[in-house]
Each structure stands twice: as structure tokens, then as C-alpha cells.
Design a binder for this molecule. Structure first.
Ligand SMILES: Nc1nc2c(ncn2[C@@H]2O[C@H](COP(=O)(O)OP(=O)(O)OP(=O)(O)O)[C@@H](O)[C@H]2O)c(=O)[nH]1
Ligand SMILES: [Mg+2]
Length: 443
């Protein structure tokens, strides 16, 4: 079966690219271009025709990549046409009319690339991330992973496990005097190191996932301090209702923002105050929970107030930024004991000092999370597999490997499999290969 799809976005544009992958793609390309001398690794200037009636569709370029040296690993044609809806629809219809040709499913070209060993699972996932990247940080993370920094790391850990496993398998299979002494000791040392490495990877404060999904920032504070006004200003839309009435916001309102390259999910919440009203009370409860779960909390206070509300004070910790709003009404925010916190005086109304607030938010997130640029875990899937591998390694380390060598080997085998499945590699034959490499079995 051959598959095809529009690879560029829909809508009028200068150029559209349609891809066709499969063993008949050269034959189909010849039919559509009426050319017999289609060259690979060159740009072919062509006219495109509907083979059913010989009528021209458009003119453009054809890139022809024979497999396996193509994106999918199969024979692959790319048609560059003009990007109008009419041209694209006509071209898709013509491709669909060819024998053994069907529309590709989402991600199918990349799935083929993975199946044909053009890339591993992490690289394939990261291509999806790069396509969906909305902020600079997300772009940087995705391209790093596409280039293989995480895959290399996981592969090298896995190779260590495979090697240890091969020693253990040999110990089980062959007479002891054929093997170097201390084998089990060396295995222990190596596995302990792998255990330490995986633990370290997992202690990353979920930074990779946060960059993918967004840092969680909560705005909490006094009623009427301007929390909803700030959310609206930052998101450049009327996401939340703003009014001079106290207690306007009750539900948590979340908006996805790009704060100067940082992906952020910002939550506006109900103002903190003592109330009897059941609905508002629930809103305040949710606000407090949001603050506790957040990666960063902005405490918003009306700068013209004389003191900071006592209930609000209880929620301030060293990680919060104190945001005094309405600097147009008062240049002197209330004196307070929170000397260690960042304190910023802004006016949402006059758009004053907002850039400074954004800078402080970025610095704060960066200081708290960006401790290493060695970001590896970007998905829950990776984390779950790492945890599963860790569990098996711990089981292995707890065993007396002399007495329980068979079950210890099984622990390692499972750990290897979990690690391998992160990059999409599960290969038992490799263990055998490693045995032959390290022990001269034929002697
Ligand atoms: N003078 C002045 N007024 C502001 C400023 N920012 C917001 N306001 C006004 O303050 C009032 C309350 O603003 P909101 O954004 O609704 O405040 P809130 O903190 O969300 O209030 P609740 O949802 O009730 O807790 C509105 O009338 C705003 O127009 C500012 O910088 N200066
Ligand atoms: Mg509000």
C-alpha cells in the first residue's frame, strides 16, 4: 500500500507539499508528471497532470528520494505545488484515484520512519513535540531530543545492563572455570551505577514535562487586587470577568500563555477573604489548592492598602512573588516582613512595570527548575518506564546472586526491556551477541 497526505498546513499559501510514500510512488509520479526521467537528489521541475483525463493540475517541483535513504525509509515522492485549497484538493483526489493509494493516518510517515529504523521512539515523539512547539523553550527541548541526547543516554544505560546480563547468562550456562573471576562483583558495581544514574534522571523536578505541558503559575490575592485584570493583560484577551465588585471571580480560570519563551498555564482565582457564602468559600478553597500545586505563585495585593491581609500572609512562602498592583493609586505599598521575596510594584491599568514582572517570573522559574541542561524525561511514558526499570534493578540488587542467579537474571532482563522500550528497542538477540563478543566460547 502507498500512502499520501498534505504535509504543509491547510489554507492559501505560496507552496503546498504533498507526500507520497510506498513502493509504487515512482510509478505514480511518472504517471502524474508524464516524465520518465525523474531524478533523485535533484529538483525536478514538472507539470502535474490528472492521469485519468490528461488535464493539467498545476506546475511545480518534485523531489524524489528512493528508499531506504528517505524520511520514511521507503520510496518517497514530494510534490511542491501552489498552496491553494483548489490545487491541493484536486491533487489529493488524483492521488486517491491511483491504485493501492490511500490517505495517510496522522503521524503515519513518522511511524514508518520508526518502523524502518530511521529514528527511535523518542526521536519520533520529539518530532511531534517540535511540530506542536509554541514557545522557544519547547522548540529547544524538542530539537535536542530529535538530535538524540536522551536516546544516547538511555541506550548507553541499557547497554550496560545488557553487558551485565550477558555475564550472568554466561555464568548460568557455562562452567565456572571458563569465566573470569569477580564477574559477579563487577556486575554489581556496574548495576549500582546504572541504578544511581536512573535515580538522578528521575530527580529532575519533572522539568522536561513542564516544558512540554507548561509551568503552572497561580495568581492569588485580595479581592479586587486586579488578579483577573492581570490575567487578561498577559493573555491579551478578556479571559476573566473584571469588575469593581469584590468577589467577582469564583472559579479557577486557566489560560495558556507564552511568557517570553516560557510555556505557562496561568490560573486566576477567587480573592482570599473571610466569607459565609458557600460558593465563594468553595472558590477560595480551590484558590488555596491552586497555590499549593503551582510551580510559582503570584501574590497580588492592592498597593494602596495599609496592611497585608492576615489570611493571605499565611499563604506566602519564599518562592512567591509579591505583586503590588495599582501603582497609579499608591507608590508606597504596605510595609511588610517578606524581605526575602521578590516584590514588584505594577499598574495593570497603566501597563506599568509589567515587563519587569515578566522578567522576574522567568528568572524565578529558571532558578527553581533549570538546574541542568541535560533534560531527558519529557513524558510520563518515559518516567513510568524508568521507574519500572528501577524497581527491577532494586529487586536484582537485593538478591544473593550466587544462590538466586536465575531469578536475578530475570530481574535484569525485565529492567533491560523497560529501558529499551523508552527508545523502542527490545531485542533479546543482542544479549547473545554480547556473550560471543566478550567470551571466546569457541575456544
Ligand atoms: N486604579 C487601578 N485599578 C485597577 C488596576 N488593575 C485593576 N483595576 C481595577 O480594579 C478592579 C478589580 O479588578 P479585578 O481584575 O476584577 O480584580 P480581582 O483581583 O480579579 O478581583 P476578584 O475577582 O473580585 O477577587 C476593577 O475595577 C479594575 O478595573 C490598576 O492597576 N489600577
Ligand atoms: Mg477576579
Amino acid at each position: 500500500m502507498n500512502i499520501f497526505a498534505l504535509s504543509t498546513g491547510r489554507g492559501p499559501s505560496g507552496i503546498a507539499i504533498l507526500r507520497l510514500s510506498g513502493k509504487d510512488s515512482l510509478q505514480i509520479s511518472k504517471l502524474i508528471t508524464k516524465k520518465n526521467d525523474i531524478k533523485s537528489k535533484e529538483v525536478n521541475l514538472c507539470k502535474f497532470y490528472d492521469p485519468s483525463n490528461g488535464k493539467i493540475i498545476d506546475e511545480g517541483l518534485l523531489l524524489w528520494s528512493p528508499g531506504p535513504n528517505s524520511y520514511t525509509g521507503e520510496d518517497l515522492a514530494e510534490f511542491h505545488t501552489h498552496g491553494s485549497n483548489a490545487v491541493v484538493s484536486c491533487f489529493l483526489r488524483v492521488l486517491g484515484n491511483q491504485e493501492n493509494c490511500r490517505l495517510a493516518e496522522p503521524g503515519e510517515f513518522t511511524k514508518l520512519a520508526f518502523q524502518n529504523n530511521k529514528m527511535d521512539l523518542i526521536e519520533a515523539e520529539s518530532i511531534g513535540d517540535l511540530i506542536h512547539a509554541e514557545t522557544e523553550l519547547q522548540r529547544q527541548q524538542a530539537i535536542k531530543l530529535i538530535q538524540g541526547n536522551a536516546s544516547n543516554h538511555y541506550n548507553s544505560l541499557r547497554e550496560k545492563l545488557v553487558k551485565s546480563l550477558s555475564y550472568i547468562e554466561a555464568k548460568i550456562d557455562f562452567a565456572e572455570d571458563d569465566l573470569p573471576e569477580n564477574v559477579l562483583k563487577e556486575v554489581q558495581v556496574s548495576i549500582k551505577q546504572v541504578h544511581k544514574d536512573i535515580k538522578q534522571i528521575l530527580e529532575d523536578q519533572k522539568i522536561g514535562e513542564k516544558i512540554r505541558d507548561g509551568f503552572r503559575i497561580s495568581i492569588i490575592g485580595d479581592v479586587n487586587a486586579g488578579k483577573s485584570s492581570l490575567l487578561n493583560l498577559l493573555s491579551k484577551r478578556e479571559a476573566a470577568i473584571v469588575s469593581e465588585q469584590e468577589g467577582t471571580t469564583r472559579d479557577v480560570i486557566e489560560t495558556y500563555l507564552n511568557i517570553d519563551g516560557y510555556p505557562v498555564i496561568m490560573a486566576d482565582t477567587a480573592g482570599i477573604r473571610k466569607v459565609k457564602n458557600k460558593v465563594e468559600k468553595e472558590g477560595i478553597k480551590r484558590a488555596i489548592k491552586k497555590a499549593k500545586d503551582a510551580d510559582l505563585t503570584l501574590i497580588m495585593i492592592d498597593a494602596s492598602k495599609k496592611t497585608i491581609n492576615k489570611d493571605l500572609k499565611k499563604l506566602i512562602n519564599k518562592d512567591c512573588i509579591l505583586v503590588f498592583n495599582k501603582s497609579d493609586l499608591s507608590k508606597k505599598p504596605p510595609k511588610n516582613e517578606f524581605k526575602e521575596n521578590d516584590q514588584i510594584l505594577i499598574s495593570v491599568k497603566n501597563n506599568k512595570n509589567i515587563d519587569n514582572l515578566i522578567k522576574t517570573i522567568k528568572e524565578k522559574l529558571s532558578k527553581k527548575f533549570m538546574k541542568s541542561n541535560n533534560i531527558l524525561v519529557t513524558r510520563e511514558r518515559h518516567r513510568a518506564k524508568l521507574n519500572a526499570a528501577l524497581k527491577e534493578i532494586e529487586k536484582f540488587l537485593k538478591k544473593d546472586q550466587k544462590k538466586e542467579i536465575e531469578t536475578a537474571a530475570e530481574d535484569l532482563r525485565l529492567a533491560t526491556r523497560h529501558l529499551g522500550s523508552i527508545v523502542g528497542k527490545v531485542d533479546v538477540e543482542e544479549i547473545l551477541g554480547s556473550i560471543f563478543q566478550d567470551f571466546c566460547i569457541g575456544k
